[in-house]
Design a binder for this molecule. Sequence first.
Ligand code: SAM
Length: 341
Amino acid sequence: MLAPTSSAAGASAGLRDRHGRTATDLRVSLTDRCNLRCTYCMPEAGLPWLPRPTLLTDEEVVRLVGIAVRDLGVREVRFTGGEPLLRPGLVGIVEAAAALEPRPEISLTTNAIGLERLAGPLVAAGLDRVNVSLDTLRPGTFKDLAKRDRLDATLRGIAGAAEAGLAPVKINTVLMRGVNDGEAPELLRFALEHGYQLRFIEQMPLDAAGVWRREEMVTAAEILAALRAEFDLAPDPAHRGSAPAETWLVDGGPATVGVIGSVTRPFCGECDRTRLTADGQVRNCLFARGETDLRDLARSGASDAELADRWREAMWGKLPGHGIDDPSFLQPARPMSAIGG
Ligand code: SAM
């Protein structure tokens, strides 16, 4: 069966795949650069950055997001990286996305460094929600894990996001064995005190060095056991939908904690994501081995309809699952920082 195209299926056909899923949630990476070096993501020395001419310009990003929203049924746009706050044009890109019809939900995944300054302008531009990565509350551990002494800056950024009205602030935490895996209850207490929503994410094989080992990964089951030593957790009756996090009511609620068991409890059957890298490549899965180039097609003068058709074709071939458990699994060539987490 061929991928449905605008000519074959009408201009309103969305990003369907042959396994019955439809992508409505777009992750857009705005840069592969980052000011932290979290060991599960990027080597301390950094990586060879994408050459500037290969990066989408602000106008190209806005054009492709517009096609996704207007022609392909995308309803939620999340800007990420690398570190998206490092993109000079971020506020303008958010503003342009917020002017689209139908108006998409706009969110940001960030390490929050500099967010206390940028949160106000981003909210004014139309940002709806923010997810901040915070793996530890201990300055020494932060420095060991992120190779930069920036815990204070991150905490200031998180507070700034809340002050700017980005509620609820969601916090993403990756636990690493022997590094910060003893901190799960401490992080949850911090989140409860401040009204932030905490979600633990299992470490995935997306590190630049390719040293991820399943046996060393802290599993969702271990995270829940560590939390249950101090908190009462009951399954959250709220419908999970396509959300990756399983959520639990903490001590009777209403506060919740989430666990994203990407590896041990995969949710590929519910996946509604499509991804655009900073250099204009569509990825139909975090773990995809192939990509579809929209940048050169756009630069060669393609129409919006042609770009939309190429995007549909890219999604039609999405595999049913990420296959981390298959013996034949191969880690993608791009690390997380260059895909956009
Ligand atoms: N710099 C931003 C940040 O820190 O949130 C956005 C990009 S970062 C790649 C997005 C998310 O991916 C972060 O929450 C980070 O913890 C997560 N991440 C990166 N590498 C990961 C890995 N190997 N396994 C699981 N999560 C990972």
